[in-house]
Design a protein around this ligand. Sequence first.
Ligand code: NAP
Length: 455
Amino acid sequence: MQAFREAILNGASGEEIGAIPLPDHYRAATVHRDEVGMFEGLPSAEKDPRLSLHVEEVPVPELAPDEAYIAVMASAINFNTVWSSIFEPLPTFSFLERLGRESRWGARHDLPYHVLGSDASGVVIRVGSAVRHWKPGDKVVLHCNYVDDQDPSAHHDSMLAANQRIWGYESNFGGLADLTVVKANQIMPKPAHLTWEEAAVNALCNSTSYRMLVSRSGADMKQGDVVLIWGATGGLGGYAVQYVLNGGGIPVGVVSSEDKVQLLKEMGCEAVINRRAKNYRFWKDDHTQDESEWRRFGKDIRALVNEDPDIVFEHPGRTTMGASVFVTKRGGTIVTCAATSGYLVEYDNRHLWMKLKSIKSSHFANYQEAWEANRLVCLGKINPTLSVCYPLEQVGEAAYQVHHNLHEGKIAVLALAPTEGLGIDDYALREKIGEDKLNIFRRHASRQREQASTD
Ligand code: NAP
């Protein structure tokens, strides 16, 4: 892949890039099927991605007619990288086996290793014979909705497709690598004003937050809505806050440190709750919740914005769902896409039905939603939440940081890009948006590092 790296960095034409011979092997971050039992018996927190993630050479798979090879300049850690690398809630090899049974092309994915990664920025280097809209040399970002567009169920909302998958989690050949294989309908234009690493971190979390809040498939937020956002400086939350502010809503951000409170204020989110300082105890013990703590939380929200949330942006799951249902306004919506702290959630149904609240489920985004979310990044209306960047060799450490909630926003991983700061084409737009806005999370992270080194 070095020849592709040199060509891309030297501004080679699409024709020149398309003429470079493909390698037999490429460098990739993998987990191994014969290691899925390595953490058996350990609590989640002790399952260490630094032990299960490998960076190694793997063979280049054959290309299907509707696919493209992408030279990956940068990728990102998502929480699904953590799930895959700690083999929870189940090892991802069962997904690959199922895909392997579907077709001749699906069979390529069922391997003793799984190349992870559900985000990337890079350059198209080859396209299959059925690809119409993309060609070698195109600078792109990739979204992770992996669907068979010959399946009728994929044609209303492709997230409802019977065989919908997440690329690099439920399929192989993901983005944490120097090369990836994607379906043509996963490709979107790279925002020209961003570096490779800034461009690589957005698609998964930005599109998910877009569907949850803005799209009619989600909570369908309107101007003036109060939106409670759990983990408001996290991967999803950092985009959710921007959507609420852009859409004329009133975000109430929940975070767990004073540093994060400051970060949210810098983003323009004025109503913030530090859940650690407030020490909410929604659960008295493993089986019993405490309604008086839900009530205390509700009062704290009212004290900030004078009313209850129209929408609660939910993803922590078991720890928070009871409180989320309780504090939502009469007739409001709890929109959920995850359950980081446990998926067997519990809430008091009386507070749901008597006050006509709705729980809306959401999962990633269809191509159109991902495209619209990416368009907002291209226009500079949504900014990357990149806080820190690791080289591919340190992918285990990067996943460890996310697993232990030591990060803010998004962590990028450099693949073929040799350093940060490369890949910008539209300097005028960058200047118009301003480095200040583009670098809020990174500036914050570097201030924290400085602080830590002086302490
Ligand atoms: P992230 O970057 O780790 O951010 C999550 C934030 O949630 C953390 O920063 C933390 O913020 C907060 N949090 C964690 N545990 C909590 C708890 N017990 N109670 C309250 N807040 C808690 O992760 P992410 O990328 O935002 O993803 C969040 C979840 O959504 C993950 O489970 C991920 O797998 C899932 N997800 C689903 C989809 C989908 O399409 N369905 C897409 C993306 C992500 P504070 O500590 O500051 O409060």
